[in-house]
Design a protein around this ligand. Structure first.
Ligand code: CTP
Length: 403
């Protein structure tokens, strides 16, 4: 499966290092040629002899081998690698990677790596959720590093929480997916709509909704980290983009969003409609602030907004992939299937407000990806991880079309 692939496997000093032995075994069994690079602290947790026996190559840890005076070139390693994987990635190494502190062989090799890098963080829960670590992970995500999220469970400290390194099989799956797809999102033009729309009533009031934009922004970061050229058309949100490959277009109303989408849709390869677009807008915009005095009752007359996803569905080209969202309260699957057909979409990502932790204003989501032939249901996950699942589904569909 990985025959002929060159992988640099970086190992940091954390208890999860013992699991990396299984990952190394999976990689070599699949035919990959693996060069292990350890931080000095990693050697306290696992012996280089175990790793060199399995990889059939001496482990590299220092810039020089003391007794022979041999120099290990991080530049050559960076050029040799088709992929660099760092597992476990500790808080300290993540911080050094984010800020370019090249004080050991592993981080120096990271800075020299020309190809994709995947990390599997592992640390205690307080370190993991610390704003510094989260900020550093966001920087790395923005730099295009693939992150195999830590999982929740019992930690070495005895505490329970998020911070366990993903299982070797899951990390291996990410690696295989990366090579299977051959970086197939690289260079693809992706359009994403995100956030709510605001429909103005007067200079101080609008009709809006609770969408935070987090799902659309997570998708933008995820796809950009896989090499896509992303245009993110967003309604009013308080979020920032991290990846320089994301072109952000800010809009306010559904009509403005529609105009921006019309400019980009014809030339895009993939469009994801994650915005919560208001279906109606006030018929009349009142130039001066509406006064309360004279009104006993107020009635707002509404007119329909364009259905952006459906309009794009009408002009969709052969080979273009379009993905919609359906946030439902009841009859979710039936509604999702209806939207799939009515808007000429390839997938609908269904989430129901009845699921705790799903939908608006949360950091997590629980989705079902609905296609005309099948449905794939996922557990409750962090929105970035949900974005990775959606990106995997898109990649799978491209790979399928290519074969
Ligand atoms: N959508 C859109 N433009 C609209 C309304 C919806 O592009 N005016 C897109 C959304 O971004 C989403 C999908 O269509 O991807 C479904 O949105 P949703 O609001 O669930 O569907 P509606 O068609 O508005 O149906 P309803 O509100 O009746 O469930």
């Amino acid at each position: 499966m990985l025959q002929g692939k060159h992988i640099v496997l970086g190992i940091c000093g954390g208890i999860a290092a013992y699991k990396t032995v299984s990952l190394l075994r999976l990689l070599t069994k699949a035919g990959a040629e693996v060069q292990v690079v350890m931080t000095p602290a990693a050697k306290e947790f696992i012996t280089p002899v175990t790793l060199s026996s399995l990889s059939r190559k001496p482990v590299v840890s220092e810039f020089f081998t003391a007794n022979t005076g041999e120099w290990h070139s991080h530049v050559d390693l960076g050029l040799w690698a088709d992929l660099m994987v760092i597992a476990p990635a500790t808080a300290s190494t993540i911080a050094k990677m984010a800020h370019g502190v090249a004080d050991n062989m592993l981080v120096t090799t990271y800075l020299s790596a020309k190809e994709h890098v995947i990390i599997a963080p592992a640390m205690d829960l307080d370190m993991y959720r610390h704003p510094t670590t989260q900020r550093n992970l966001a920087i790395l995500a923005g730099d295009g590093v693939g992150i195999v999220e830590a999982t929740s469970g019992q930690l070495a400290s005895g505490l329970e929480g998020k911070g366990r390194m993903a299982e070797p099989e899951d990390i291996f799956e990410h690696i295989r997916d990366y090579f299977d797809c051959g970086g197939c999102l690289s260079g693809r033009k992706v359009l994403i709509t995100a956030g709510p729309t605001y429909e103005k009533l007067d200079p101080v009031r609008f009709i809006g909704n609770y969408s935070s934009g987090k799902m659309g922004f997570s998708l933008a970061e995820e796809l950009a980290s896989r090499g896509a050229d992303v245009t993110l058309i967003t309604g009013p949100v308080s979020l920032q983009c991290h990846n320089a490959a994301i072109r952000r277009v800010d809009v306010e109303s559904a009509n403005e969003m529609y105009d921006a989408v019309r400019n980009v849709f014809p030339s895009c390869d993939i469009a994801i409609f994650a915005a919560a677009v208001a279906d109606y807008r006030p018929k009349n915009y009142v130039e001066a602030k509406i006064k309360r005095e004279k009104m006993e009752e107020a009635v707002i007359e509404l007119v329909r907004n364009p259905d952006i996803a459906a309009e794009c569905g009408k002009i969709k080209r052969e080979g273009q992939i379009t993905v919609g969202f359906a946030l439902e309260t009841d009859n979710g699957l039936a509604s999702a299937k209806k939207k799939l057909a009515a808007k000429n979409l390839d997938f609908v990502v269904l989430n129901t407000l009845q699921d705790k932790g799903a939908g608006f204003r949360t950091d997590t989501n629980r989705i079902t990806i609905v296609r005309d032939t099948e449905e794939l249901t996922f557990p409750l996950k962090d929105k970035r991880q949900v974005a990775a699942d959606i990106a995997d589904a898109i990649e799978a569909s491209i790979t399928h079309d290519l074969n």
